[in-house]
Design a protein around this ligand. Structure first.
Ligand code: NI
Ligand code: MN
Length: 227
C-alpha cells in the first residue's frame, strides 16, 4: 500500500483502486508549498475532526473530484451544506465502502469547524480490506481506548500517529500508543508545522527504538510503501 505525505496530518492512500485523502491542510501550510493540491486524486475525504488544520482544503478537493466526505455526523452535515456528498458516522461504528471497511474510533481532543460550527467529537479511523489494516489516529492524546483497537479490528500493518506534542500527544506517548495498538510501523504526523510542535527527529526515533517500534518520518511529498 502506497502512502503519500502532504505535510501536517494530510496523507493520500490508495486502497482497492480508490483514493483516500486524510485531513487535507495543504494550501495554508508553507511547508507544503511544493504540493499542488489540484493534482491530488480523491474518491474519499477522511476527516478526523473539524479543526482548520485538518479540513482547510477539503471543500476545494471535494468540489473538484466529487469525493465523498467520511467523518462524524456533524462534519458531514457541514460539508453537505457546501454541496459535498458524505457518509456520516459516529464513534464505534464501522461501514463498508468501496475501498474496504472504515471504523470511526475515539480520540481525546476537541473539535470545532472553521466558522465556529460545532464539529461533534473528534475521532480517528481504522481502515482495512482483505490485504491490509491501518489506523489514522487524528489529533489525540494517548488514551487507554487505543487498547480496544487490536481487540476489535484486524492486526494493524501500520499506524499514523501525531507526535508533535502541545496540541496532541508527543512522541514519548505516541511510542506507548504503538504498544497499546500492537503495531510495529508508525508514521509520525502533526509535527514541525508550527514552532510549538517542532520536534527533534532523532530523539523521536530513539523513543520508538526503545520500545522496539519503527518510526517513519516521510518528507513532505514522499511516498512510502507499507503492507
Ligand atoms: Ni485538532
Ligand atoms: Mn491539529
Amino acid at each position: 500500500m502506497k502512502i503519500t505525505y502532504y505535510g501536517h496530518s494530510c496523507f493520500h492512500i490508495e486502497m482497492n483502486g480508490k483514493h483516500l485523502v486524510f485531513d487535507p491542510f495543504i494550501t495554508p501550510n508553507p511547508k507544503a508549498s511544493a504540493i499542488d493540491v489540484n493534482s491530488i486524486p480523491a474518491d474519499f475525504l477522511m476527516i478526523s475532526h473539524g479543526h482548520v488544520d485538518h479540513v482547510a482544503d477539503a471543500e476545494a478537493i471535494g468540489k473538484r473530484t466529487g469525493a465523498m466526505v467520511v467523518s462524524n455526523y456533524e462534519i458531514v452535515t457541514w460539508f453537505g451544506e457546501k454541496g459535498l456528498k458524505g457518509h456520516p458516522m459516529n464513534h464505534g461504528g464501522k461501514v463498508e465502502l468501496d475501498f474496504g471497511t472504515a471504523k470511526y474510533v475515539n480520540a481525546v481532543h476537541s473539535s470545532v469547524l472553521p466558522d465556529g460550527t460545532y464539529g461533534g467529537n473528534p475521532g480517528g479511523f481504522v481502515v482495512w480490506n482483505d490485504d491490509a489494516c491501518f489506523y489514522f489516529a487524528g489529533d489525540t492524546a494517548l488514551t487507554l481506548d487505543m487498547k480496544l483497537i487490536p481487540i476489535t479490528c484486524p492486526k494493524l500493518d501500520f499506524a499514523i500517529l501525531p507526535i508533535g506534542d502541545n496540541f496532541t500527544m508527543g512522541y514519548e506517548d505516541a511510542a506507548i500508543a504503538a504498544e497499546y495498538i500492537e503495531c510495529e510501523n508508525i508514521i509520525g504526523c502533526h509535527y514541525d508545522t508550527f514552532d510549538v510542535i517542532s520536534i527533534d527527529h532523532e530523539a523521536a526515533k530513539k523513543a520508538f527504538d526503545k520500545r522496539a517500534k519503527n518510526l517513519i518520518l516521510p518528507a513532505i511529498g514522499e511516498t512510502v510503501e507499507l503492507a
